[in-house]
Design a protein around this ligand. Structure first.
Ligand SMILES: [Zn+2]
Ligand SMILES: [Zn+2]
Length: 586
């Protein structure tokens, strides 16, 4: 275990410096009895959609602008973004800037959809996050150029009545920042997503001494990540993961196909190092993964030896045991590479006997069935499958109970707000804080939109709420960005709903009978016989195309139907009803 602690003298010097700086800051800042308002526009009732406001005298600091992936009850919806009505309906409020803690989509994903409405405030973030944000912005050519400035743990930033000192934390993407925010009513420590990893891979350990020094001035409020609260013990170190992956690499006789999230930069680095160690060349599949790697390599967050990455032509000349394929799709996502491979739709790649397929990511709740389906199909085609439940080949990026305790003990806050998680998780985290001696009345479990008021002496979860209802984003096809439409639920109900019921023969993969179509609020069925007949024809085609190779995959067929019918109806009617395909295997 290796923790970097600066020599005592050095430490005292930094402490003194911070004290002086703060004195200056508080002297300059006009402090009134107005409270600091803290409002989460998302992230308190879900894992995702993180966006938090810190407000003082009508001046607002924004932390993160993330999105949330929809659950299975929201067909046709690509993702959900925060509701910013509170900001747009109060022109007297001034936005001081946006701080981005790290480059995961639940923290940056809604930037392209909201930055214009917010009038392009300056975004402050670390270099890797900046690179990923800018790259994504290229998909939105109609937007203006972003103002982005670098921040890092060695710099403090003053924005109006807030002085912000970022500190380094571990997560599963480099450049993750926690924030020490000096406000007119005391210091707020905001962790964002984190874990403590004393043996990280391709990253430095979280800077405990920096956190302790920052906290030594007295922490008024700690806001801490609750995502991992349900797990006892200490989060698994990336070093353990590395050792377990090493074993799999050492044993694998054929090709290795490693599927993970495109944003898990640290995991990708591990796979690259291990491939190099075992003389394997690498093929990267998946656009997001390739771009993230390119950005991380350019900024030197990742190292790849020359010649390690190859193309398909070179790969075709290699023995199977000389090849690793890194790809997306460990969640069973329909459009990702792994699904294409399994469905025999991938241009070059088919599963072959002896392949080792490693799922190196946890299953996001709601995806269990699709992942199981995917694994079954891989097994059928002869692959050896390893999933994190069998061996520790995935560490969550989020601290477990012992990490969370450590954060509370390190910062010794007077008040505590658990953030990032469902209500039950926030409550558990609140209880944990109480068990460490924080009085019950000082622990605030709040909901999205609830206005929390902080003053020198107290914290109040008020009865005031700002709007946070879901804003859904519905894109038609990737790359067809002009067609991406932002719509609230109201518009959805305006365009109506279009239900397609398809009975599919699981053995032949063909439609069993004529599909049934039910429409509500979209077209008058009687007057649109021709349109309906065309849709039925389309359903037949899409089902036929989606079941080739005898692999019946309900959600894959459903997704294709939704997409194709949605496109078709829009072309014909210029309207976008909510398309709800129901696929039943008989
Ligand atoms: Zn994250
Ligand atoms: Zn997150």
């Amino acid at each position: 275990m290796w923790v970097q602690i600066p020599p005592a003298a050095h430490k005292n010097k930094i402490k003194k410096l911070i004290k002086m700086e703060n004195k200056k800051f508080y002297k300059k800042t006009k402090i009134s009895s107005d409270p600091v308002k803290i409002i989460a526009l998302g992230g308190l009732e879900e894992v995702g959609r993180n966006m938090t406001l810190f407000e003082y005298n009508n001046q607002i600091l924004i932390v993160d602008i993330g999105l949330q992936f929809p659950d299975e009850n929201m067909p046709g919806i690509d993702f959900i973004i925060p509701n910013i009505e509170y900001l747009t309906s109060h022109p007297e409020k001034k936005i001081l800037g946006v701080i981005i803690t790290h480059a995961h989509y639940d923290h940056i994903g809604a930037i392209p959809y909201l930055i214009d409405k917010l009038n392009y405030p300056t975004i402050y973030t670390a270099p890797l996050s900046r690179g990923i944000i800018l790259k994504r912005q290229e998909d939105f050519p109609n937007l203006k150029k972003l103002n982005i400035e670098d921040i890092n743990p060695n710099k403090t930033l003053t924005l109006g009545p807030f002085k912000i000192s970022p500190f380094h934390l571990n997560h599963n993407i480099p450049d993750t920042l926690g924030l020490a925010i000096n406000t007119p009513h005391g210091l707020v420590m905001f962790t964002s997503d984190f874990k403590f990893d004393f043996q990280p891979v391709g990253d430095k350990p979280a800077d405990l001494s920096h956190i302790a020094i920052l906290a030594s001035q007295g922490v008024q409020l700690l806001m801490s990540d609750s995502t991992g609260i349900e797990n006892p013990g200490h989060s698994v170190s990336e070093k353990t993961i590395m050792d377990n992956l090493d074993n799999l690499f050492a044993q694998a006789k054929g090709r290795i196909i490693l599927a993970t999230f495109a944003s898990l930069i640290n995991r990708l680095q591990q796979a690259i190092w291990l491939s190099e160690k075992y003389n394997r060349k690498i093929i990267i599949q998946g656009y997001a993964m390739r771009t993230n790697l390119a950005i991380a390599e350019k900024l030197k967050y990742i190292s790849i030896k020359k010649g390690t990455l190859i193309n398909w032509k070179e790969a075709s000349r290699l023995d199977p045991q000389k090849l690793t394929i890194l790809c997306t799709g460990a969640q069973g996502e329909n459009e990702a590479t792994l699904m294409k491979i399994v469905n025999r739709e991938h241009k070059y790649l088919r599963v072959q006997k002896g392949d080792t397929v490693i799922f190196s990511s946890s299953v996001v709740p709601g995806n269990e069935l699709s992942v199981q389906n995917l694994k079954d199909n891989l097994a059928k085609q002869g692959a050896n499958i390893y999933h994190y439940k069998m061996v520790d080949i995935h560490a969550s990026g989020h601290g477990y109970q012992e990490d969370l305790k450590m954060m509370i003990s390190l910062t010794k806050p007077r008040f505590f707000i658990p953030i990032h998680g469902h209500l039950s998780m926030l409550k558990l985290h609140g209880k944990l804080a109480e068990s460490l001696g924080i009085p019950k009345q000082n622990v605030i479990v709040a909901t999205n939109g609830q206005v929390i008021e902080l003053t020198k002496n107290k914290i109040t979860a008020t009865e005031k709420f700002v709007p946070t209802n879901y804003i859904m984003v519905d894109g038609l096809g990737v790359g067809d960005i002009k067609e991406v439409v932002l719509r609230a639920r109201q518009t959805l109900s305006k365009d109506g709903i279009f239900i397609v019921i398809a009975l599919v023969d699981g053995k032949t993969g063909l439609l069993h009978s004529n599909p049934e179509i039910v429409s509500q609020g979209f077209v008058y069925m009687k007057e649109s016989k021709e349109l309906i007949n065309e849709v039925k024809k389309l359903v037949r085609e899409v089902v036929g195309r989606s079941t080739s190779g005898n692999t019946f995959n309900e959600s894959y067929i459903r997704n294709n139907l939704r997409e194709q019918i949605g496109l078709f109806l829009f072309k014909k009617t210029q309207r976008r009803p909510m398309v709800l395909p129901v696929v039943i295997e008989i």
